[in-house]
Design a protein around this ligand. Structure first.
Ligand code: AMP
Ligand code: MG
Length: 488
């Protein structure tokens, strides 16, 4: 549902800036079905006008007219420090179709561009496109990506690259930063309008609560606690968990220097600009909690409409304190599923943590290991389990495998059934950095076939796709440590 705040203190009405000679790089026919766009047999829109619309060069197709594109203002905390006013510096919201907001990222400067050029490069646009659709297929709440449109327009980053526009979809792109903006400017009228808009369109059940804004906070915090548990369970690192990159719908948004873990390292940092490791894998839950604290602060004036200052703070502090429990319970549920445990035992947490420790110590490939565990024959001896050979400390993994098999036997686990259940939650295919990089390098040479192929593989991450076994493999040693920067 479109962002309905109006007025100069909230939005800028503007047109996208055109790019020269736009061309299709990628298109998600699955995302297009959300908008009911009729497609040709090649998966691209029947109506060619979509190319120009998704390039930011036109506002009209045969069936759609986007009469009111806008950029919105927000503020936020970047790397733990208050950054003041930010905003859609390169994202322009065209409008909404079928309950989805359609946003163009890289569509030119806005009032909120600060020192930026309003553009995105082909490399980062392909990464956002592929990861959005991959996350969706993994069952993780996310904004969707509809297309990438390229151009020869030069864009300067660490080196000279070319521009692209990624179009993305979400029921709403409202962020924690939007609330922080109006709270920090003490614009309580706007703050309330924003909360009411969110409740009316996305959290209508809060209206029935005697304290709708407190309930809204609860629900946003709950969704984000569950979201970050899902990230941990697939080894996803977001890379830039600034409060302006956190969705109030609990969606994964603003894909930048993200990365999926190859080797399991709890302190893995995917963003090479993150020198202190603030957004390292193991810190994500704590950081998301911190972001929810930023949101709670921004909600104080809303609660103060009906409560004293002390009451407002007490209520929000108490709601915020539920985050670790919700996160922890979700995490435990997800990892139990990953191990194929259907019953709940007191020492499951210990079993899971011991596995993660030996995986960390031996730098084991996260995705392959969990996928491989599904094949364990609980009647064979531990020494026959081939995945043990990947571990440096054989005694530790043998001990763990023995305990795991004993645990499975206590719930009379049936190997074949467990394998089906585990393969439905442990993906075979993830967007590994080296795979994205190979697709990007081809696309930079105007060959977009690898982007399309990766998309089709990642749309079925849990299926065995026999012809694509090599896409499931860990990176070869020379491609293990591709680093991705914030500059995109
Ligand atoms: P990010 O960390 O990529 O989410 O961006 C942080 C802020 O900088 C947001 O307000 C973005 O809109 C803005 N921004 C990032 N890159 C650019 C750019 N190339 N031009 C203008 N604004 C940008
Ligand atoms: Mg952002």
């Amino acid at each position: 549902m479109a962002f309905t705040l109006s007025g100069d203190d909230a939005i800028q009405e503007l047109q996208p800036s055109p790019i020269p000679e736009p061309y299709w790089v990628a298109f998600s026919s699955a995302a297009a079905t959300l908008l009911n766009i009729p497609l040709k047999s090649d998966g691209y829109p029947q109506d060619d006008a979509w190319l120009n619309v998704l390039a930011g060069n036109s506002l009209e197709t045969q069936s759609q007219k986007f009469s009111n594109p806008i950029a919105t203002v927000y503020s936020g905390h970047q790397f733990g420090v208050w950054a003041g006013q930010l905003g859609d510096g390169r994202a322009i919201l065209l409008g909404d179709i079928a309950g989805q907001e359609l946003q163009l990222k890289g569509a030119g400067k806005t009032r909120y561009s600060r020192m930026g050029d309003g553009r995105a490069v082909l490399r980062s646009s392909i990464r956002e496109f592929l990861c959005s659709e991959a996350m969706y297929a993994l069952g993780i709440p996310t904004s969707r990506a509809l297309s990438v449109v390229g151009s020869h327009l030069p864009v300067l980053r660490e080196s000279l690259e070319t521009a692209a526009v990624c179009s993305r979809l979400a029921p709403s792109f409202i962020r924690v930063g939007h609330f922080e903006h109006f709270a920090s400017t003490q614009n309580i009228v706007r703050l309330k309008e924003l909360a009411d808009l969110l409740i009316d369109h996305h959290y209508p059940e809060c209206r029935n609560n005697k304290n709708p804004y407190l309930d809204l906070f609860h629900k946003i915090s709950e969704r984000n606690a569950k979201l970050v548990a899902q990230w941990q369970a697939v080894g996803f690192c977001h890379g830039v968990l600034n409060s302006d990159n956190i969705s109030v719908l609990g969606l994964t948004i603003d894909y930048g220097p993200f990365g999926f873990l190859d080797q399991f390292q709890v302190d893995h940092i995917c963003n090479h600009s993150d020198h202190g490791g603030r957004y390292a894998y193991q810190r994500q839950p704590q950081i998301m909690h911190w972001n929810m604290a930023c949101l709670a602060s921004a909600f104080i004036p809303l609660l103060e409409l009906d409560h004293s200052e002390v009451e407002a703070q007490t209520l929000l502090t108490s709601a915020l304190s539920e985050f670790p429990t919700i996160y922890g319970e979700t995490w435990l549920t997800l990892f139990r599923q990953k191990l194929g445990l259907s019953a709940e035992h007191d020492d499951d947490m210990d079993l899971i943590e011991r596995l993660l420790q030996v995986m960390h110590d031996s730098k084991i490939d996260f995705t392959s290991l969990f996928r491989g565990l599904a094949d364990i024959n609980t009647n064979a001896s531990v020494s026959k389990i081939t995945l043990r050979n990947d571990f440096i400390d054989r005694d530790a993994i043998d001990q763990w495998l023995g305990d795991y098999i004993t645990r499975l036997k206590t719930e009379s686990s049936v190997d074949a059934d467990r394998k089906v259940a585990m393969n439905a939650v442990n993906p075979k295919y993830i967007l590994r950095n080296h795979l994205a990089q190979a697709a990007i390098e081809k696309a930079q040479r105007k060959d977009f076939s690898e982007v399309a192929k990766l998309l089709s593989i990642l749309e079925r991450p849990f299926d065995e796709q026999d012809q694509y076994q090599e896409y499931a493999a860990p990176p070869p040693p020379d491609l293990e440590s591709i680093e991705v920067s914030c500059s995109s």
